[in-house]
Write a protein that binds this ligand. Structure first.
Ligand code: PRP
Length: 174
C-alpha cells in the first residue's frame, strides 16, 4: 500500500523529544506515588508504550476501550465502554493516557466515570489536542502538541483502522 496522500505534521523525532519532556514532568509530579496509567484503546497504545519507558519509577498500567466514533471521521457524540479496567482504582493515583482530545466527549465522559470510582487523584495526559474541535469544555493536564483542525493519522491514530503503525503523525488528504 502506498502512502502518497500523506503530509508529515509532526516527525517521529519531535514526538520522541516531547515524550521525554512529558515524562520528566510526570516523573516529578508523581514521585513516590506509584501511579496507574490507563491507556485508552486503541489509539493511545503507541504513545503509552513510549511514554512509560521514559518514566523511571514504579508504575502500573491498565487499559480501557471507549468508543465515540464509528467508521467515520466525524464524531457521533456517542461514548460507550467496550472494555473496562481489570482492577479497582479506589485510592489510586490515576493518569489517563490518550492520543488525542478532539471534541472532548470521550475524555469528559471517561474522566467523570473514573472519578466516580474514588481514585486518590486523576489527571489526563494527551499527546495531541485539537482545541478548535471542542464540543465540551475539557483540558488535559499534560498536553504534547496543540494542532489545527486537520485529519491526522499515524503514531497510533487511524483512519478506518489503518495507518496506526506510521512513525510520524501525518495529515491525511482525502
Ligand atoms: C479517538 C481518540 C480518543 C477520541 C477523541 O478514539 O483515541 O479516544 O477519539 O475524540 P473526542 O475528543 O472527539 O471524543 P477513537 O474513538 O477513534 O478510537 P481508537 O482510539 O480505537 O482509534
Amino acid at each position: 500500500m502506498a502512502y502518497e496522500s500523506l503530509e508529515v505534521m509532526i516527525t517521529a523525532e519531535q514526538i520522541k523529544e516531547k515524550i521525554r519532556e512529558l515524562a520528566e514532568e510526570i516523573s516529578i509530579d508523581y514521585k513516590e506515588k506509584n501511579p496507574l496509567l490507563i491507556g485508552v484503546l486503541k489509539g493511545a497504545v503507541v504513545f503509552l508504550s513510549d511514554l512509560i519507558r521514559e518514566i523511571d519509577m514504579p508504575l502500573e498500567v491498565d487499559f480501557m476501550a471507549v468508543s465515540s466514533y464509528g467508521a467515520d471521521t466525524a464524531s457521533s457524540g456517542i461514548v460507550r465502554i467496550q472494555k473496562d479496567l481489570d482492577q479497582s482504582i479506589k485510592g489510586k493515583d490515576v493518569l489517563i493516557v490518550e492520543d488525542i482530545v478532539d471534541t472532548g466527549l470521550t475524555l469528559s465522559y471517561l474522566f467523570q466515570n473514573l472519578n466516580s470510582r474514588q481514585p486518590n487523584s486523576i489527571n489526563v495526559v494527551a499527546l495531541l489536542d485539537k482545541p478548535d474541535r471542542r464540543k465540551v469544555k475539557f483540558e488535559a493536564d499534560y498536553c504534547g502538541f496543540k494542532i489545527p483542525d486537520r485529519f491526522v493519522i499515524g503514531y497510533g491514530l487511524d483512519f478506518n483502522e489503518n495507518y496506526r503503525n506510521l512513525k510520524d503523525i501525518c495529515i491525511l488528504n482525502t
